[in-house]
Design a protein around this ligand. Structure first.
Ligand code: ADP
Length: 662
């Protein structure tokens, strides 16, 4: 079975036919021949034994009367028969009495002179003859024996004839078997092998457009048809997969181009260029502005030679709200438009006149899709795609694709618009902050100078007096408000500087302890008024490479917050060296900060208290963190509501590589 499995179909067929047909038939023929030969021999023996018996009956008298002549006559009659070679009569002692032999008998074939007389009829086989011995008995008296030598030549002839028949039958059968196997190979194996070869070729070249010849109506034909059907399916799926990959690639490229820049005219011109590489032969984008005017903003053609005609179309035949152009129609309806076949009649219905029609025809327009660009339900543009290929036409699937492209373009354009608006807003705000801060500084400086002059001009009141004290207190109040105003303006100016990246540090050798002491001194009045005392723990000077005025600002912001949010309670300020860095800790016992506000309060304009209870802009901690970060340091807060707050600033002490800016 294993041997059979390894054989080709032809080999298998040959083996099966040999073993299943040829061999049994040959054995059958041989057996039949053998049976036939046996039957012939039996017949030969029976017939000639009968002859011998009859001749024996005649010969009994001849033996009894010693009549040799009569006996020979009887024997001659016997040899007239074809098969009898010779006939001999022996007396009761086995002595030859008389005989007759055919003249044709070979001289070597001698008639024995003496035999052992058999008691019963006897038959002896030799290669080319049979000897039949028949006792001659009459009235129970035994007179002698008659011998007939019968030639088996006819039997041999028959055997030869049978042998040839068997050989010829076997050869015929073999020829039939081989012919059958070849015929089967021609009709079965070859088509199968050619199918296998085709499958191999297809796999190697990945060309699924070839087909097997399938004209026959048999099982091979069915197999070929099934094979071809499979190839058609694979080809269809391959086409779909390629199409999907092409679409994905196009969408990815378009998305990439859209994401690359927020400069929308540039982006749109890139996108239309991408579209004419694979999806359209030419493509135009129209946008609607704030005043509802339609503008052609981008166009491209796949064929550089047709760019001129496209430019003419772009510049001379712009859509207006009531024009029949596909883009205008889409802008009016908000629905996509598909013109699968742009015949002359169709083109005429969508142009602005004969010249426009001529241009459309020159561009070879065959099929058109126009889709709206929609953002937040508002139609703000249209994308028009045209195909100029002689055989290609747009269909519903292309409309879906165009809508997906339009959706992506719309998102990108909307993002660009929002970004532009945001940028513009930021620019206006920064400009305002900067101008306002500068403008406010001038009167503040004037106010400061005026209060100083007032203080100098105040009439000296000997020994003091109520009037003089009130005057001094009023000047002081004006000075304090002026200082507060100056701080607020300073903060706004800092924010504007930080946003513009123009806040530059001027580092020098500074003693942090000295800075803290100076600020605490400056706060002495406020501290007194708020009922706060500052407990400063700073025994040694702590020198670092910092911007002294900005550091002052950091300490001021933290101390003023501690004073504002922890009024009536002591404030602990610690300045210490820590791991080669400097650490400033401002700890108050005030209102504290909730967990969720801890990070937020460092962002600009972020506050965790209501304006009604505590004044402020929400800029102090933002500016503080910016200054600390610019020094390469960190600031963090730990606090619990109603349990005070601890602000920790850590600053590296060494000089930084470059003068940092914020
Ligand atoms: P402002 O104090 O002007 O509001 P800041 O940026 O200095 O702005 O502070 C931001 C917010 O952080 C404050 O509004 C306040 O809610 C909270 N905060 C700052 N310092 C403290 C403090 N020491 N204790 C409690 N809350 C504080």
């Amino acid at each position: 079975m294993t041997v059979l499995r390894a054989l080709s179909i032809r080999g298998k067929l040959l083996a099966i036919l040999f073993v299943g047909v040829l061999m049994p038939m040959s054995i059958g023929l041989a057996w039949f021949t053998l049976q036939e030969v046996r039957a012939l021999r039996r017949e030969l023996v029976t017939t000639n034994s009968l002859l011998a018996y009859v001749a024996g009956q005649y010969s009994a008298a001849e033996l009894a009367f010693d009549n040799k002549e009569e006996s020979e006559e009887t024997l001659r009659a016997l040899t007239k028969l074809d098969q009898v070679v010779f006939a001999a009569l022996y007396d009761s002692q086995g002595q030859l009495f008389s005989s007759y032999r055919k003249p044709s008998l070979a001289p070597g074939d001698t008639i024995p002179g003496q035999i052992a007389p058999p008691l019963e009829p006897n038959v002896e086989d030799a290669a080319d003859h049979i000897d039949i011995y028949q006792p001659v008995v009459y009235n129970d008296v035994r007179y002698g024996t008659i011998q007939l030598r019968v030639s088996t030549g006819s039997l041999q002839d028959r055997i030869k004839a049978y042998r040839w028949s068997v050989i010829l039958a076997a050869l015929g059968l073999m020829a039939f078997v081989v012919g059958f196997a070849f015929a089967l190979e021609l009709t079965l194996t070859r088509p199968l092998l050619s199918l296998a070869e085709l499958a191999r070729r297809i796999t190697k070249r990945e060309d699924y457009s070839v087909r097997a010849t399938a004209s026959r109506g048999d099982e091979i034909g069915t197999l070929s048809e099934a094979f071809n059907a499979m190839l058609s399916e694979i080809e269809k799926r391959q086409h779909e997969a390629r199409e999907a990959a092409r679409i994905q690639h196009l969408l990815a490229s378009v998305s990439g181009a859209l994401a690359e820049s927020l400069d929308y005219p540039l982006t749109l011109s890139r996108v239309v260029r991408l579209l004419v590489q694979s999806f359209a032969d030419f493509c135009v984008v129209d946008l609607v502005d704030e005043e509802q005017r339609i503008h052609r903003v981008a166009a491209a053609h796949a064929d550089p030679e047709k760019e001129g005609a496209l430019r003419e179309l772009y510049e001379c035949f712009k859509p207006t709200w009531d024009s029949p152009l596909p883009a205008a129609q889409v802008l009016r309806s908000g629905e996509p438009l598909l013109l699968p076949e742009v015949t002359d009649a169709v083109a005429q219905a969508h142009v602005l006149g004969a010249e426009h029609l001529r241009l459309i025809q020159r561009l070879g327009t065959r099929s058109v899709i126009a889709v709206p660009l929609v953002s937040h339900g508002k139609i703000f543009g249209a994308l028009t795609l045209a195909c100029a290929h002689p055989t290609r036409r747009y269909g519903p699937e292309d409309v879906n694709m165009a809508q997906e492209l339009a959706r992506r373009c719309a998102i990108a354009l909307e993002n660009a618009r929002l970004y532009r608006e945001a940028q513009e807003g930021i620019r206006i705000r920064e400009e305002f902050l900067s101008v306002a801060a500068h403008e406010l500084r001038t009167p503040l400086t004037a106010l400061h100078l005026t209060t100083q002059r007032l203080r100098r001009l105040a009439p000296p009141v000997p020994g003091g007096g109520g009037e003089a004290n009130r005057f001094a207190a009023l000047i002081h109040a004006v000075e304090q408000q002026g200082k507060r105003l100056a701080n607020l303006v300073g903060s706004l100016l800092d924010v504007a500087r930080i946003d513009a990246g123009k806040l530059v540090l001027e580092p020098e050798e500074v003693d942090l302890v000295e800075v803290v002491r100076k600020v605490v001194d400056q706060f002495s009045d406020e501290l007194l008024k708020a009922g706060c005392t500052v407990r400063l723990a700073a025994e040694h000077p702590l020198i670092g490479w910092w911007d002294s005025s900005r550091l002052e600002q950091v300490v001021t912001n933290l101390l003023s917050n501690a004073l504002k949010y922890g009024a009536g309670k002591p404030i602990d300020v610690t300045v210490e060296a820590f791991n080669g860095a400097a650490r400033l800790i401002v700890h108050d016992h005030g209102i504290g900060i909730t967990e969720e506000d801890k990070e937020r309060i460092f962002a600009r304009f972020e506050r965790a208290v209501s304006v009604r209870h505590y004044g402020g802009l929400g800029l102090g901690l933002y500016i503080t963190r910016q200054i600390v970060s610019a020094h390469g340091g960190t600031i963090r807060v730990s606090s619990q509501p109603a349990a005070g707050a601890t602000f920790t600033v850590e600053l590296p002490r060494g000089p930084r590589e470059q003068a940092p800016s914020l």
